[in-house]
Design a protein around this ligand. Structure first.
Ligand code: GDP
Length: 868
């Protein structure tokens, strides 16, 4: 039970004092119990007015104890009670006085203690300052000693040591400063931490005696001395040579071995050189044939195929590992990987072909090879025929009985000239594109009655590109109105300055019809040939070019060949393009069988394995095996090359093709012709047909009769087959009929081209032309049940037609285009409303119309177009 005297309830003295106590029982039960305590009633004497406090009361008590001096009217009992109260009061007073005295004593003690503490602090402060000063002095002494020692040890360190000593006296000065100020130094000089240390360690509360304080100071001084010594030693070393070890030891305290340092250096060096940890790359000589698959290329470079594909992608070529790329692209890749390219020319097998150069003594003059070029109908064929002195110009079709592609004429002076029988620049260019530069001289035919025409200009460009000298034959001079001067001046515009105009290009006025000037032409050619000094060695293996090739039903594949060098003999083994063979027979331009054909002598060669292409070169080799090997190799590489061209499509090309495929309509056709030259001329002519929207695509072309294979291809591609001077064989004819494949036969190229042009025109989308027929202004907008929003308009221009197209313009911006749902005039549905009249219009599936909008009325018409 505890008394709760802190909460004394108000009331009379002796009133029970109450509080609450919590009683605890087992099982955690508790109970609060109210506790009351009774206190003895203390009677406080009533102080008289004017009596100040207790002393007065005491005085009163003594006075009351004397009955004589007792005031009247006070009973004994009362007196006793009062005296008792007085006693109690006195006892209390004495108690209070004793407590006060005790308090006073305690205060006095506290004051004394504080005084002592202050004194101790002051003393300690003094001691600390003293200690700091002593320490600074000690340090200086030690430094001086160390300096002296170092100076004695090494002469070369002298300067450094002196530097140190010179620097050091500054420090004690800093340490002295706090002494002067009476404050601890803030300077982090060696003295300052020591002072701080002393402060931290000094006992604060107790009264420290002087002796222990001195002891402590001594100990600290010793410690500082040790530190200072160690530092001086350190500095002494540092002032000397600073080794890598010292530097590193200073950093982390851990020393590295020399080997570790070397390793680190080597690592850094390699990193700097960009090798990383990879082994050094091997650079190789990469043998590069004309086409190579990506994986083979990667293999030869010892690179990963994926890396090669990636590098090709960077160049914009999307190829897979198994696709072939051409040598030029492969070269770029090889260089990118840092390897060296070794181009393998036409593979080793080709070395079987004789490559030796002829000695000057072995060379003999050879006839020039002449190509006649010029605009259509300027008389090329007529001229060739006139020169040949054979009248075969009955018509281009069927008139040529002996067609071997070239013929020779002999001039009056006995000079031989070889003319290519394929007029026009198409054949000339296609031959040149195959690398066969057969032509030595170009005769440019210009009709005097027509002057320079587009194909004349093209012919000039081709001749110039091939760097072949030109002779201008101004034809049709027999014609009335022929103007040779006009031809000459026209040619000036194309940088052809003829001799008549003081230039260096020979010009001859001729007439194919009358034969006028032909001799002069031949003479001019002979002169030009002399200037060219055309020479060849007839006594070696022949090498020539195919002018034309065809597949003859009875005789098999036939090639017309012109040799630039050597002589071809019957029985010679040769390779021609991707074909090979053994000369079974040689036929000259007269249709005669010959055993030999020398340089510039055109002959038909029989005995080929297949039909070569115009422009292929023919080379005689020693054995059949060699011939076969070379032909096989060429066939394979040509196939690879074709694959490479197909595969190696750049991104731009792919995208362009994708776009073109969407927009361009194609007319596919298959072409079969009697001779290679015609086939190629047709293909070239057809490729020019078309424009951005329509084009002719020749799926396949070849020489010989139309076969079942052609018909199958045509059926699959849904395209017609063009036969130029050839017909379909019986079986192909039947299957074409069954499959509904169209076969078209032609004998004249221009007819063929015109027909195809007409067919391609059919593919052209009709042009849509738009014409404005009127304008109307919206005045009001009504809502009509069953129709919707109806615009009340005034036709301001032209007419409004129900069937026409309409555009809604708001502030001159087209916001809708469509058709009309209704066109009303006074509630009647009308077809047309003319300018100045009012009408009601409603749009088909469009409601957002407002007053002030303008309606544009237009009509569209389709215009069928044709190819130019
Ligand atoms: P090509 O298309 O250049 O081969 O020209 P052609 O040789 O087919 O001749 C076209 C036309 O011009 C034919 O009708 C010839 O008869 C005619 N022709 C060619 N040369 C002459 C000529 O010298 N004088 C005249 N008057 N007509 C000629």
């Amino acid at each position: 039970m505890s008394d709760t005297d802190g909460k004394k309830p108000l009331g009379l003295g002796g009133a029970p004092r109450s509080g609450q106590v919590k009683q605890s029982f087992s099982h955690g039960r508790t109970k609060s119990v109210v506790v009351e305590t009774k206190r003895k009633r203390v009677v406080v004497p009533v102080a008289k007015p004017g009596t100040p406090g207790a002393p007065a009361a005491a005085g009163t008590a003594s006075h009351l104890g004397d009955p004589s001096k007792r005031p009247a009217g006070i009973t004994d009992a009362e007196m006793e009670r009062r005296l008792a109260a007085l006693r109690v009061a006195k006892a209390r007073e004495a108690e209070d006085a004793a407590r006060r005295a005790e308090d006073e004593r305690e205060r006095e003690e506290e004051r004394a203690r504080k005084r002592d503490e202050a004194e101790t602090k002051e003393r300690e402060e003094r001691e600390r300052i003293e200690a700091a000063r002593a320490k600074a002095a000690e340090e200086e002494r030690l430094r001086a000693e160390a300096a002296a020692e170092a100076a004695a040890r090494a002469v070369q360190r002298k300067a450094d040591v002196l530097g140190t000593t010179r620097r050091q006296p500054a420090q004690p000065a800093a340490a002295e400063k706090p002494a002067a100020d009476g404050r601890p130094a803030r300077n982090p000089a060696p003295a300052a931490p020591a002072v701080d240390d002393a402060i931290a360690r000094a006992p604060m509360g107790a009264k420290p005696g002087l002796a222990p304080a001195r002891n402590k100071t001594d100990r600290e001084r010793e410690e500082r001395e040790r530190n200072a010594k160690a530092k001086a030693g350190d500095e002494g070393r540092r002032s000397g040579k600073l080794t890598l070890n010292d530097a590193l030891a200073g950093e982390g305290g851990r020393t590295r071995s020399m080997a570790a340092m070397k390793r680190k250096q080597e690592k850094a060096r390699q990193k700097a050189m960009g090798f990383g940890n990879k082994p050094e790359k091997q650079f190789r000589d990469v043998q590069l044939p004309e086409s190579i698959t990506v994986s083979e290329l990667a293999n030869r470079m010892s690179e990963r195929a994926a890396d090669v594909v990636k590098s090709l992608m960077k160049m914009g070529m999307m190829v897979t590992m198994n696709q072939a790329i051409d040598a030029d692209t492969a070269e770029l890749v090889i260089e990118e990987f840092g390897h060296k390219v070794v181009r393998v020319s036409d593979a080793d097998v080709e070395q079987a072909i004789e490559q030796t150069k002829d000695a000057a003594a072995d060379l003999e003059t050879r006839p020039p090879v002449i190509t006649i070029m010029g605009h259509v109908d300027h008389g090329k064929t007529s001229l060739l025929d006139a020169l040949r002195k054979a009248n075969v110009v009955q018509g281009e079709a069927g008139g040529i009985t002996q067609h071997i592609g070239a013929y020779q004429v002999v001039t009056d002076k006995g000079q031989k000239l070889t003319f290519l029988d394929t007029p026009g620049h198409a054949a000339f260019t296609s031959m040149r594109s195959r690398g066969a530069q057969v032509t030595d001289i170009v005769v440019l035919v210009v009709a005097a009655d027509d002057a320079v025409m587009p194909q004349t200009i093209e012919a000039i460009a081709h001749a110039k590109a091939a760097k072949v000298p030109m002779i201008v034959a101004i034809n049709k001079m027999d014609k009335h109105g022929a103007d040779a001067t006009k031809v000459r001046t026209d040619l000036l515009q194309h940088e052809i300055v003829v001799e008549a105009m003081s230039g260096d290009v020979q010009d001859v006025e001729v007439s194919a019809k009358t034969g006028m000037g032909l001799d002069n032409l031949l003479e001019a050619i002979a002169l030009q040939a002399e200037i060219l000094e055309l020479r060849a060695n007839p006594n070696r293996n022949a090498s020539g070019a195919v002018i034309e090739a065809k597949l003859d039903v009875g005789r098999g594949p036939i090639a017309t060949v012109l040799h630039q060098n050597g002589t071809l003999n019957k029985g010679d083994i040769f390779v021609v393009g991707e074909q090979w063979g053994k000369v079974r027979a040689l036929i000259n331009d007269q249709g005669e069988r010959v055993d030999h054909a020398g340089p510039s002598v055109p002959v038909e060669v029989l005995g080929l394995s297949g039909t070569p292409s115009a422009g292929d070169t023919l080379n005689v080799v020693e054995t059949e095996a060699q011939a076969r090997e070379i032909a096989d190799y060429r066939a394979k590489s040509a196939k690879d090359k074709r694959a490479a061209i197909g595969a190696a499509t750049t991104l731009e090309q792919l995208m362009a093709k994708a776009k073109a495929d969407q927009d361009v309509a194609e007319l596919p056709i298959i072409v079969k012709a009697d001779v290679q030259g015609s086939a190629e001329a047709i293909v070239q002519a057809l490729e020019k047909v078309g424009n951005d929207e329509v084009r002719v695509r020749v799926l396949s072309y070849g020489v010989g009769a139309i076969t079942d294979t052609d018909v199958s291809l045509a059926e699959a591609s849904k395209c017609p087959i063009i036969g130029f001077n050839v017909r379909a064989n019986a079986s192909a004819r039947n299957s074409a009929h069954q499959k509904g494949v169209e076969l078209r036969y032609y004998s004249i190229i221009y007819d063929l081209v015109d027909d195809i042009k007409a067919a391609a025109s059919g593919l052209l989308k009709a042009e849509i032309r738009e014409t404005f027929i009127g304008y109307a202004q919206i005045k009001e907008v009504f809502k009509v049940t069953g129709i919707g929003q109806v615009a009340g308009c005034l036709v301001t221009e032209g007419v409004a037609r129900r069937s026409a197209g309409v555009r809604l313009l708001r502030d001159n911006v087209v916001i809708h285009e469509g058709t009309l749902k209704t066109l009303k005039r006074f509630k009647d549905e009308v077809k047309e409303v003319i300018s100045g009249q009012e009408c009601g219009m409603a749009f088909e599936r469009y409601e957002d119309i407002r007053a002030g909008d303008v309606i544009e009325i237009f009509e569209r018409e389709e215009v069928q177009r044709t190819l130019a």
